[in-house]
Design a protein around this ligand. Structure first.
Ligand code: MTE
Ligand code: LUZ
Ligand code: MOS
Length: 751
């Protein structure tokens, strides 16, 4: 089945935030961001801006009726700067005008005097200065110190890993309007409507029941709107509250790039120890997460880095520490993989470096250490239904890896200035929010008298196809045609207290809540059917819009049944609540069972390197992926393709550049390069691993959104392997992204 949004998207009829018809009298807001990365605000002068025709008001922190606080996990972030600024682009004021143009024009006319202070942009320097967002955390298992002496090989090195700009096509924005009696309705481009509702209520000093948040869909989120949509929605709501008028705030791309946080850069040191037969006996790493100026989601992201720091491998002795460092960059935030990719990059780096030192292929080390059934993760959970080795074996077989490696070697022998490279990325990603309490969802289902069905859940559609999956779940479980099912906007008055659509668990959590609601409705309907057919309801079910009795269709149709049920005064509305069972985590011990299940896979990437220019092409991507029993193979394949390209972009072209004063230099699409269709792999072949899928996945269809992002890591090491084929004296330098400029330096290192 195709995504239900397909036609709307290609005909331009799908509605995004900026397409919502505005109410007459709507005002427009523009944000005034700090020009410097660190300093004291001496004076904010709005006189000139206010003089401009059409400007209604300029709001600063003193206009906030409630709390000037938008921090979630840690309360360390103001909505509008108060006395100090901590990153370039930090919101200081909001200009409200009659037109969008005037708002932006006036925003440039707000004069701000600063006393500049020295900014810190390097996480290691921040750590030395004691600038931490939260205390460090350590995960460990066994004791590395007791086994180093048993290791035949010990390899140490450091990594320097870059961040990533989300570049959702739709920038951050919100449209807010007062309804009556203080009640405000907010349309927001957010992954977390409840987070927006909570933040708006807090900033306005109102109870949450006076704030309604509605979301139709996003033009992409990728984690960037899990937390950071809230501030901009709060600015729009604040402006609406103060002026009593509808106010729209949509960030221009340039502002979005400067003002919002990105994927966290990490810096780190590691040491890995292996036995003669390439078993990893010990692994130790200390990582410095560049958190930016406020905690935002950094503590949770740091946690997922810890969870995934041993990748897809069983390592009996580990010790992993992460420092979340406070720097003068925009607060870094969730981005597809949520710290997992950074953790996995480190262990893959350690393996690549060990392979180089020992003189074997990294693939041999990977293969020798893949997870097996009942292996223990360093966080205490036992690996169950492990598909790591199955995926690896199927990939080797289906894609004839041996032959592929051989053909690349032959190519490299026959070509002097063009070299090819190959690398493999085994994947193991835990599914569930690492914060157990967030693993809950609700769904509201109405069956109307004409047999049509309305579904509201907490899931946000951001291009990943969750609405299509929800419609499929309803249609499959009710036994009715999908055309009868309408998936409504995500709205806090219909579904309350939602977790953000994140952690790849939107379909699982909301789909399971929907399943529970439907089970209750179906039970009531079948009871009515049993009365009408004078039989027992356990003989009955519904398929193809027909009541089925002991496997045989009856004359009773869906429409008729619904009508009769209503006349018998049976409730045709149900609210389903789901909370993932089994999972828990004890932070005092750093042990538990945090994940409902894991997603596995094996990705192989081949590249060709131009050894004169340092440029490369991504040739082929081969994947065996563990989808479980996919509810929608087309959508899931689309998720794999998008995620892989995004993952490759992170480690190759996408370079965030800040100057020493903490100013973003790569602040537009001409200076920040993302993969385009020419850079995308020439082919992506993805084979599903044949499995039944776990019970805790919705209809046994595994979560898909984030995991395939990690296959992009293979591209990074494939490029290194090609460089080594050209320059035998090159020793892998673990700096990412591996831009063509860096590649060129590496090609001629020591030559
Ligand atoms: N796919 C598209 N097209 N756009 C997005 O913004 N976000 C990703 C992933 N796939 C995203 C996407 C991220 S970061 C997550 S967590 C999941 O989708 C969220 O949706 P799900 O939980 O329904 O998979
Ligand atoms: N968000 C979050 C996430 O709050 N907790 C998580 O564990 C998570 N994982 C992935 C993406 N977003
Ligand atoms: Mo995705 S980073 O969990 O929004």
């Amino acid at each position: 089945m195709k995504n239900i949004d397909t036609i709307g998207h290609v005909t331009g009829k799908s509605v995004y935030l900026d397409d919502i018809p505005t109410i007459s009298g709507t005002l427009h807001a523009a944000v005034v961001g700090s020009a410097i990365a660190h300093g004291k605000i001496l004076k904010v002068d709005t006189t000139e801006a206010l003089r401009l025709d059409g400007v209604v008001k300029v709001i600063t922190c003193t206009d906030i009726p409630g709390e000037n606080q938008i921090g979630g996990i840690v309360e360390d972030e103001t909505l509008l700067a108060e006395g100090e600024v901590h990153y370039q682009g930090q919101p200081i004021a909001v200009v409200i005008a009659k037109t969008e143009r005037d708002a932006h024009k006036a925003a440039k006319m707000v004069r701000i005097d600063y006393q500049e202070l020295e900014p810190v942009t390097d996480p290691r320097i921040a750590k030395e200065k004691g600038l931490l967002l939260i205390p460090p955390r350590t995960f460990s298992m066994g004791n590395p110190n007791e086994v180093w002496s048993q290791c035949k090989y010990i390899v140490e090195d450091s990594i320097e890993l870059g961040g990533q700009e989300h570049l959702y096509i739709e920038t951050q924005g919100a449209y807010a309007y007062p309804v009556e009696g203080g009640y405000i309705k907010v349309h927001s481009s957010t992954q977390g409507p409840t987070a927006v509702q909570k933040t708006v209520a807090r900033v306005l000093g109102l109870p949450m029941n006076l704030i309604e948040v509605d979301v139709v869909r996003l033009g992409g989120g990728f984690g960037g709107k899990e937390d950071q949509a809230s501030g901009f929605a709060a600015m729009a709501a604040l402006a609406a509250h103060i002026t009593g008028k509808p106010v729209k705030l949509v960030l221009p791309r340039h502002d979005d790039m400067r003002m919002t946080g990105k994927r966290h850069p990490y810096s780190g040191d590691f040491r890995i120890g292996l036995t003669a037969d390439l078993k990893i006996l010990a692994f130790e790493t200390t990582l410095y997460q560049n958190g930016g100026a406020a905690a935002d989601l950094s503590p949770a992201i740091m946690e997922r880095t810890l969870f995934h720091s041993t990748g897809s491998y069983y390592i009996p002795n580990t010790r992993v520490t992460v420092y979340s460092c406070k720097t003068n960059l925009p607060p870094n935030t969730a981005f597809r993989g949520f710290g997992g990719p950074q953790g996995m990059f480190v262990i893959e780096s350690a393996i690549a470096k060990a392979a180089e030192t020992i003189g074997v292929s990294a693939i041999e080390i990977q293969q020798a250490n893949l997870l097996k059934e009942n292996d223990e993760f360093q966080y205490g959970q036992k690996a169950e239904n492990v598909n790591a080795r199955k995926c690896f074996a199927l990939a080797s077989e289906k894609f004839d890896l041996e032959n592929l490696r051989q053909s690349i070697e032959n190519y490299n022998q026959n070509n002097k200035y063009s070299k090819r490279g190959l690398a493999v990325m085994p994947l193991c990603f835990g599914i569930s929010f690492t914060n157990t309490a967030m693993n809950q969802a609700r769904a509201l289902v109405h069956i109307y008298q004409d047999g049509s069905v309305s579904v509201s859940t907490g899931a946000i559609e951001m291009g990943q196809g969750v609405n299509t999956k929800m419609a499929q779940v309803a249609s499959i479980l009710l036994g009715i045609d999908i055309s009868r099912v309408k998936i409504h906007s995500t709205n806090t008055t219909r579904v309350a207290n939602t977790s953000p659509t994140a952690a790849s668990s939107g379909a699982d959590l909301n789909g399971n809540a929907l399943r529970i609601a439907i089970a209750a409705l179906k039970k009531r309907l079948l009871k009515v059917a049993a009365e009408l057919l004078e039989c027992s309801d356990d003989e009955l079910t519904i398929e193809n819009e027909t009541v089925i009795r002991n496997g045989a269709p009856t004359a009773l149709k869906w429409n008729e049944l619904v009508k009769k049920a209503h006349l018998k005064r049976v409730a045709l509305t149900e609210n389903g609540h789901y909370a993932t069972p089994v999972i828990y985590f004890d932070k005092t011990k750093e042990k538990g069972h945090p994940f409902a299940y894991h997603v596995y896979g094996t990705g192989v990437v081949t590249i060709t390197l131009d050894c004169i220019r340092g440029t490369y092409t991504i040739d082929d991507v081969y994947i065996v992926h563990d989808f479980g029993n996919s509810i929608n193979p087309l959508i899931d394949l689309g998720q794999v393709e998008g995620a892989v390209v995004q993952g490759i972009g992170w480690l190759t072209l996408e370079e965030l550049a800040f100057d020493s004063k903490g100013r973003l230099l790569s602040n537009s699409l001409s200076t920040y390069k993302v993969p385009d269709i020419h850079f995308a792999p020439k082919s992506i072949q993805c084979i599903p691993l044949p499995t039944n899928g776990p019970e805790l996945a919705v209809l046994r269809s595994k979560a898909i959104g984030e995991p395939p992002f990690m296959y992009g890591i293979a591209a990074y090491f494939a490029i290194h392997n090609a460089i080594k084929a050209f320059n035998p004296s090159y020793s892998i330098k673990l700096t990412a992204p591996l831009t063509p400029e860096r590649v060129l330096m590496h090609l001629y290192q020591g030559r």
